[in-house]
Design a protein around this ligand. Structure first.
Ligand code: SF4
Length: 499
């Protein structure tokens, strides 16, 4: 037997998966490169169970609890009106000549509806990560690395939060092989709710996990700041009046000074002769009082007096009092001016303790939020309709609702179907990957049956939800399902047919 015929025989004993461009040959009893499909006695099997979502029903003011999320499917049926077929575990449309794995009809409040269900292979995707902290984690545009590989960058910070932009097609496929592999693994872990360690060039080391407090340079962040320094002055001005002669709220972005601030002016707060070293913006608001860092208010300050120049002797008086506090209330100090008008630290008087506690109380818990962002392109849309642009228009016209694993998504304006979804609102482990590399994410398109007909939908492949619940797969499906898994509607999500 020649080497070629031996290889042909080996290949014949395998089956070919065409659910992504890798096109694995899979031997009996083995799984493909992504571990999502396997060969079971010559049959291609999607290994992760299909996830069916059960509605959380409000019965007479009490929420009827759904069965335990993640409980394995045990064969009993969810009432069709309380069931939604998610795309988690459904399989893909690749190579795009066939309709989506499930095109499900149901009747909702007397209206015939259709939900097109498919996992999407997202080559153009990434994660936007919001880190609730006012600490400096690295300069804007600094590279974010995992295992030394670039996977994204620091982007424009938001109010009380630092932001990362991770993934994207340039890191997935535009760099080296290892860069693509590490980027894909990073996105997969983050989107599935696992912790990921990363390092920012010229910045901090981070451990980030969706829905959990960020860990910055080994320190777990506990709370967000109450506002910028200027906002904090405004919020608490009336509460500090009469209790202290001057208040400085130290903040990396805007440090606030009570006697100069507009809030102080309207309360007739007397001048204190204070001098702040920093770039004065508008009255009582100072930028760049120090370098960014992990000290007071997101600056590198360990001693807040470092931002003060000498008090003006024409205005300041010995015995004058000064409160300095950070925007989270984590750092605070109380001073009295001595005869030379030098601030001397004293114990915090009881009369100011409540205001410090109030700042602390107003700081929300610091979390890491991960939004998956991806573009549902031609291939996915072809699984819905023969004329893909009609689906895009239907989504833009709000005739078709898009969900990811049953969770609501934000659709960006403009061309294409570019979506964002909070990964914590999706079922657990909803994401997969293929080694091209790309992320696999569930996506469902729900619309009235009449609208599906109008956009050229694959009407001959529609099956009823009762049939899906009974275990039938669409005739276009070329793989078996390993099983089903039932999860409950997450309390924060609207039911996919509503809202
Ligand atoms: S990587 Fe996975 S989806 Fe792609 S062909 Fe192989 S088994 Fe199929």
């Amino acid at each position: 037997m020649t080497e070629t015929s031996r290889r042909d025989q080996r290949v014949e004993q395998k089956i070919r998966c065409d659910a992504c461009p890798v096109m694995c040959y899979i031997a009996d009893g083995k799984s493909g490169a992504c571990d999502r499909y396997a060969n079971e006695q010559g049959q291609l099997v999607r290994l992760d169970p299909l996830v069916l979502m059960q509605r959380r029903v409000d019965a007479g003011g009490n929420l009827v609890p759904f069965l335990d999320p993640d409980e394995p499917w045990n064969g009993d049926l969810i009432a069709p009106q309380d069931a939604f077929v998610t795309a988690v575990g459904a399989g893909t449309t690749y190579p795009d000549y066939k309709p989506a794995p499930f095109i499900v009809s149901s009747v909702v409040d007397g209206v015939d509806m259709v939900t097109v269900v498919s996992e999407g292979i997202f080559s153009y995707c990434g994660a936007k990560v919001k880190i609730d902290t006012d600490r400096h984690i690295g300069p804007e545009r600094a590279v974010v690395r995992v295992d030394g590989e670039p996977v994204g960058h620091v982007t424009t910070g938001e109010y009380g939060s630092q932001m990362l932009s991770l993934g994207g097609v340039n890191h997935l496929t535009g760099g080296g092989k290892k860069e693509g592999r590490v980027t894909c693994a990073t996105l997969l872990a983050l989107c599935n709710g696992a912790p990921v360690e990363m390092q920012i060039d010229d910045g901090s080391s981070l451990t980030l996990q969706a829905g959990q407090p960020p860990i910055i340079n080994g320190m777990r962040e506990e709370r967000m700041r109450v506002g910028c320094g200027s906002a904090t002055i405004g919020m608490f001005a009336a509460q500090w009046q009469g209790l202290v002669d001057e208040v400085v709220v130290v903040d990396d972005h805007i440090t606030g000074v009570m006697s100069e601030h507009q809030a102080g002016k309207v309360l007739d707060w007397p001048a204190s002769g204070i001098k702040i070293i920093g770039r004065r913006s508008t009255p009582g608001r100072y930028f760049q009082v120090a370098e960014p860092g992990t000290g007071w208010g997101g600056t590198n300050l360990t001693d807040p007096l470092a931002i003060l120049g000498p008090f003006d002797p024409k205005i300041a008086k010995p015995g004058q009092t000064l409160l300095m506090v950070s925007t989270t209330g984590e750092q605070f100090a109380y001073y009295e001016l001595d005869d030379a008008l030098t601030p001397i630290e004293r114990p915090m008087p009881d009369r100011l303790q409540a205001s410090i506690r109030r700042i602390d109380e107003n700081c929300e818990p610091a979390l890491t939020s991960v939004a998956f962002m991806g573009g549902a392109g031609g291939s996915l849309r072809a699984g819905v309709t023969e004329n893909p642009v009609l689906l895009t228009r239907s989504v833009k016209d709000a005739l078709t609702k898009v969900t990811c694993g049953g969770a609501p998504v934000y659709i960006w304006p403009g061309g294409g179907i570019t979506l964002m979804v909070d990964v914590t609102t999706m079922p657990d482990n909803a994401f997969g990957y293929v080694p091209t590399p790309a992320l696999v994410a569930p996506i469902e398109f729900t619309m009235r049956q009449s609208d599906y007909l109008a956009l050229g939908g694959h009407m001959s492949h529609v099956q009823t939800i009762e049939d899906v619940l009974a275990g039938q797969v669409g005739r276009q499906n070329d793989h078996k399902l390993a099983g089903k898994r039932r999860v409950g509607q997450k309390p924060q999500n609207p039911w996919p047919f509503e809202g």
